[in-house]
Design a protein around this ligand. Structure first.
Ligand SMILES: *Cc1c(COP(=O)(O)O)cnc(C)c1O
Length: 435
């Protein structure tokens, strides 16, 4: 063996001795259990996905050691030549992917991205307009105990609540306009957490222009569909766009802010750092770069298309079984199931618990104008990003709808649960996680 080979094998040995399994078995067991849980259950939570091993590899690197306050070329620490390259790669790929001029990839999460935009573009107490939170908005769009509701002044626009209307439970653009003309918000916010329909960004921009407001889109949920070309782009209509990177976009947990306006970009960069954050998570930014690289490949367009096809198949199969969906269906990756349509007494909380026991992971969710409180709810939010990543297609979505119905009509009965759980596991084995 040459010297360098000896060195390498010594490194390999010490790495083996230093694995997490060896150095922290308690934590390792928990991670292994979570890995097993993800591998053996079907993930229908609309905001979750399974990243590639490449994304996870990037996040688990020495980049976590580096302080890099500031931006590429203008840092407050030495030794940043390589991490500058990492952040620039992430930024450039994001610009190409979303066809925009300025990107800030440093927000630690979607909520941080939103807080930074508010901090950059609004003054304390300023008015902005967003959707009624209980009907699909996000807590960072004006919840009373969130910074967005405590330091700023949200006014809310409704969905259309007229069951006779053809856009029942969809954004009521005339009502948006009315709310905006009445309250003259400084900013109008669109983009949601539980909205199954296409957002008309152009229409929103007309309304924003008419009342002299900035238009912000929070595309946290639909970013992957936009990148994949199956949902219209918020550009050129929106002044500023925020997103997460871990939902349909299938990257690491994180946030991002985009704009085509140079003056806004300067304010936003300042608001992220030093406004609300310190050092960026360069290891996560590296994961974002991998994710954007993957999303630029043609195969991601296929993925995004299949996500929507699968959502439509699942929605159709559930409606065939007598479940009413909010707004009557879906255009994107998610749907809101009104459980009362199948069984008056069924709640979201029970349904979530029973389905989890059967290996089908969902979250309870209020449906528009839900009379039940958020911890109970009358609905489920189901999404197809994660199961599509595993390779499931329409045929399996129909099967999944059947299992869901069996569990819910079986009211959590042991025999039904065990039977479905076994079949779910068999399907999971046929469609493994990305590896
Ligand atoms: C998920 C989500 C967020 C927040 O993302 P976090 O990373 O959990 O902070 C923000 N806005 C919308 C619309 C979301 O759905």
């Amino acid at each position: 063996m040459g010297v360098s080979e000896i060195q390498q094998s010594t490194i390999a040995e010490s790495e083996a001795a230093n694995t997490l399994a060896a150095t922290d078995p308690d934590l390792w067991r928990l991670i292994q259990s979570e890995q097993h849980r993800q591998a053996t259950t079907l993930e229908l939570i609309a905001s979750e996905n399974h990243t590639s091993p490449a994304v996870m590899a990037a996040v688990g690197t020495c980049l976590t050691n580096k302080y890099a306050e500031g931006y590429p070329g203008a840092r407050y620490y030495g030794g940043c030549q390589y991490v500058d390259g990492v952040e620039n790669l992430a930024r450039n790929r994001a610009k190409e992917l979303f066809n925009c001029q300025h990107v800030n990839v440093q927000p630690h999460s979607g909520a941080q991205a939103n807080a930074a935009v508010f901090f950059a573009l609004l003054d304390q107490g300023d008015t902005y307009a967003s959707l009624v939170l209980a009907d699909g908005g996000h807590l960072s769009h004006g919840m009373k105990i969130n910074i967005s509701g405590k330091y700023y002044w949200p006014v809310h626009y409704p969905l259309n609540y007229d069951p006779q209307a053809k856009d029942f439970e969809q954004i009521d653009y005339d009502a948006v306009r009315k709310v905006c003309l009445e309250h003259k918000p400084k900013m109008v916010l669109c983009g949601y957490s539980a909205y199954p329909r296409v957002i008309d960004f152009r229409r929103f921009r007309e309304i924003a222009d008419e009342c002299g407001a900035l238009l912000m889109a929070d595309v946290a949920h639909i970013a992957g569909l936009i990148a994949g070309g199956v949902h219209p782009s918020p550009f050129p209509h929106c002044h500023v766009v925020t997103t997460t990177t871990h939902k349909t976009l299938r990257g690491p947990r994180g946030g991002m802010i985009m704009t085509n306006d140079e003056a806004l970009a300067k304010k936003i960069d300042k608001a992220v750092f030093p406004g609300i954050q310190g050092g960026p998570l360069i290891h996560v930014i590296a994961g974002k770069a991998v994710c954007f690289g993957e999303a630029l490949k043609p195969s991601f367009k296929q993925y995004a298309k299949q996500v929507v096809k699968n959502a439509q198949a699942l929605a159709g199969a559930l409606m065939d079984k007598g479940y009413r969906l909010a707004s009557g269906g879906t255009d994107n990756h998610l749907m809101l199931v009104d459980l009362r349509s199948r069984d008056e007494n069924l709640t979201g909380a029970e349904a979530e618990k029973w389905l989890e026991a059967a290996g089908i992971i969902v979250n309870k969710n209020g449906i528009p104008q839900d009379p039940r409180p958020p911890r109970v709810t009358s609905g489920l939010r189901l999404g197809t990003p994660a199961t599509t990543t595993r390779g499931l297609e329409q045929e399996q979505m129909v099967q999944l709808a059947d299992w869901i119905d069996q569990v819910l009509t079986g009211k959590g009965s042991q025999s039904v649960t065990v039977d479905v759980r076994r079949q779910v596991e068999a399907l999971c084995e046929r469609y493994p996680l990305p590896h």
